[in-house]
Every structure is written in structure tokens, then in C-alpha cells.
Design a protein around this ligand. Structure first.
Ligand SMILES: [Zn+2]
Length: 143
């Protein structure tokens, strides 16, 4: 069970991350609007522009995905279940939650799952994506 001060810190972290993602989404929108204005300018290499644009869309998909995770974490925080591991129902330590507020697994289950993923020959390069905010979510989303 988390203390109120601990919950407050988690809420702060989640709200800050949410704000950052919304800002990124906003910037993405500005990017697209800019692009509209640039249509017809023949100095731009079209395939290059398409590539930039599709990268932008992928980023926004990822942001949307993360935003959903953050909203989910805020809901679990309100419901008082944010520190419950969804796999073994043991408590997730506050330290771990503070580092990764959107996690739904305790460190033991997380390590277990990472081992499974490794043995399945995951092609992901070490350190990439796995250790940022989305790390837990990719595996838990598959259930
Ligand atoms: Zn667990």
C-alpha cells in the first residue's frame, strides 16, 4: 500500500509525462500544418518529404500509445491498484514505480518476462526502447 505522499509523487510524474506527450502531439500537429503550406513548393524532394512525414506519423502513434498507458496508470493510481503486479499480485516497490510509473509488473515478473523474450530471440537492439517509458508496455500489451 502506498502512502499519500508517494501517490502524490507518482501523480506528479505521470501528469508531467502526460503534459510532455501532449506538447509533442501539439508540435506534431504544427509540423503537419506547416507541411500543408509547403505543398506546391518544388524545391522540396517529395520522397524525402514523405519519409519525414511517415516518421512523424509513427512518432505520433507511439505518443498516443504511451498517452493511453499514462491515463491507465492514473486510473490505477485513483483505484489504488497501481502498486499491484498484474502477473503475481505482489506489491511493486515505490522506487520502481517512481522510475517507471506506467509499469504493471513487479521487478521479478519483469525480469522473468525479459528472459522469456530473450530466449525467443527478440531482434531488438540492447538498450533501445526497452529501457524507456514504453519498455514494460510492449510486453504487457500482448496479453
Ligand atoms: Zn509480479
Amino acid at each position: 500500500m502506498l502512502k499519500d505522499t508517494e501517490k502524490g509523487k507518482l501523480r506528479e510524474a505521470l501528469e508531467a509525462e502526460k503534459g510532455r506527450l501532449l506538447q509533442a502531439a501539439h508540435d506534431g500537429l504544427a509540423f503537419s500544418m506547416n507541411r500543408e503550406r509547403n505543398i506546391g513548393r518544388d524545391s522540396i524532394d517529395e520522397s524525402m518529404e514523405e519519409e519525414i512525414f511517415s516518421t512523424e506519423l509513427r512518432l505520433r502513434d507511439r505518443e498516443k500509445f504511451l498517452l493511453g498507458k499514462i491515463v491507465g496508470a492514473l486510473e490505477r493510481l485513483d483505484a489504488g491498484t497501481i502498486d499491484e503486479c498484474e502477473s503475481c499480485a505482489e506489491a511493486i516497490s515505490f522506487k520502481r514505480l517512481l522510475a517507471r510509473p506506467v509499469t504493471t509488473l513487479c521487478i521479478d515478473c519483469k525480469e522473468e518476462r525479459e528472459k522469456e523474450e530473450l530466449s525467443q530471440g527478440s531482434s531488438q537492439s540492447p538498450g533501445a526502447v526497452r529501457e524507456d517509458l514504453s519498455g514494460d508496455e510492449i510486453s504487457s500489451a500482448e496479453e
